[in-house]
Ligand binder design. Sequence first.
Ligand SMILES: [Zn+2]
Length: 88
Amino acid sequence: MAELKNQMEELVLEAIDEYLRDRSEICDCEKCRLDMAALALNELPPRYAVTERGKVFAKISQLECQFETDILMAVIRAVEKVGNNPRH
Ligand SMILES: [Zn+2]
């Protein structure tokens, strides 16, 4: 079974987890993390790929530096925004 996947989702969630690791004062419950992910993903271009269901897709480590910076900046903005104003 193949499925359509926005690889940006995984990159953003990963970046959020990494960033939150150093920010223990910010809530990292699932609701907040998903709020942060939604905010960041709305700022970033989607990156769709067809993947085999159940298969771990190859990590996009070949992403250009600029792209990584964009992700990080969007994630930081989203984390600070939700962290200052959690909706849970
Ligand atoms: Zn929370």
